[in-house]
Design a protein around this ligand. Structure first.
Ligand SMILES: [Zn+2]
Length: 340
């Protein structure tokens, strides 16, 4: 039946009709709120490029999670800004690391909050890369310049896996409920699963950042997490934004290694990847609406160029419509407030 029998506008005439036939709903249960924990007490330091986002000391992080839970958002993902950085990312796996401290404090105060622990080394490495760095073979030798002076360096894959597993075990021990590796080393999910199982954490699920692209949309996060690489970039481990089929291989590999859930990051520039992953894999699928996506909306809204609330909800709806079951978003609180 074509027009005039078919008139699609019939079901759009008012909000009651529209909501009756709406295909995609957002609920606070879908959201994960990212928090950035830093040393100190009573610290609530604004992140300049992300209005409304703060570096929080442990005591403030506890308050924040209490608020998040009260809004109906079940989960937060925790990032850490350590006191000191070094070449082996001690702050990531130390039992008194900043995320470990935060996890213990939050679990004491808000035991029903689901804590996701981001597992990566960049925030804890003096060079800001996600793995162990060594000068590449061709520049080794007595006269080799330090990596900072050259592009002749390598992010070592297999040696990094041991640190990632150690970090994951330490986080699980501190009360983190879900381990979320974001480093993009090959074989990390398998190494982490094995480490967790051997340490008695066989019930701790893994949410892998399976398709994490080397994106310019991460810019503001690097200020928030103080994790910018001191030299070079992350293109030798994060994915080329042009590659769709490779994203499918990454997700398949992580699932084969034991990932319970997978993530696509960023979200809005990669909705095609999210939609394809939804069709292809029968596991919970997360998408990370990253700092740059957030900052662009905030900046345009501050200029009065867009309607902040509507763009916020439309962007989240698009990610959900593409097929993400969970959305990691800096809008978790604001969107939950609107939905409540
Ligand atoms: Zn990293």
């Amino acid at each position: 039946m074509a027009f005039p029998v078919t008139r699609l506008r019939r079901l759009r005439r008012n909000e009651a009709l529209r909501s009756l036939v709406r295909e995609t709903y957002l609920t606070p249960e879908n959201f994960v709120y990212p928090i950035f924990v830093c040393p100190g007490k009573g610290v609530r330091k604004p992140v300049r490029s992300m209005p409304g986002v703060f570096n929080l000391s442990v005591d403030e992080a506890v308050k924040e999670v209490r608020e998040v839970r009260a809004l109906g958002v079940p989960s937060v993902i925790v990032f850490g800004l350590p006191e000191r950085k070094d070449e082996v990312a001690t702050g990531a796996w130390a039992d008194d690391g900043i995320v470990q401290q935060a996890a213990r404090a939050i679990k004491r105060d808000v035991p029903d909050a689901i804590l996701i622990g981001d597992v990566c080394l960049c925030e804890y490495m003096s060079h800001g890369h996600c793995g162990i760095v060594k000068a590449a073979a061709q520049s080794l030798g007595a006269a080799a310049p330090p990596p900072a002076a050259t592009t002749e360096y390598e992010i070592v894959n297999d040696a990094t896996l041991e640190l990632l597993a150690r970090t994951s075990i330490s986080l699980a021990r501190a009360g983190i409920d879900i381990i979320a590796p974001s480093d993009m080393m090959d074989g990390r999910v398998g190494a982490i699963r094995k480490g967790l199982d051997e340490a008695g954490f066989s019930n701790t699920p893994i949410l892998s950042y399976a398709a994490k692209f080397a994106s310019a949309f991460y810019g503001p996060f690097r200020e928030a997490a103080d994790s910018a690489p001191q030299f070079g970039d992350r293109r030798s481990y994060q994915m080329d934004p042009a590659n769709f089929r490779e994203a499918m291989r990454e997700m398949e590999a992580d699932l084969e290694e034991g990932a319970d859930m997978i993530m696509v990051k960023p979200a809005m520039p990669y909705l095609d990847v999210i939609a394809a992953a939804r069709k292809r894999f029968d596991v919970p699928l997360a998408a990370y609406q990253v700092s740059g996506e957030y900052a662009m909306i905030e900046a345009a809204a501050q200029n009065g160029w867009i309607d902040r609330e509507r763009v916020m909800m439309e962007s989240l709806t698009s990610i959900r419509r593409a097929g993400a079951s969970m959305i990691l978003t800096y809008y978790a609180k604001d969107a939950a407030r609107l939905l409540g």
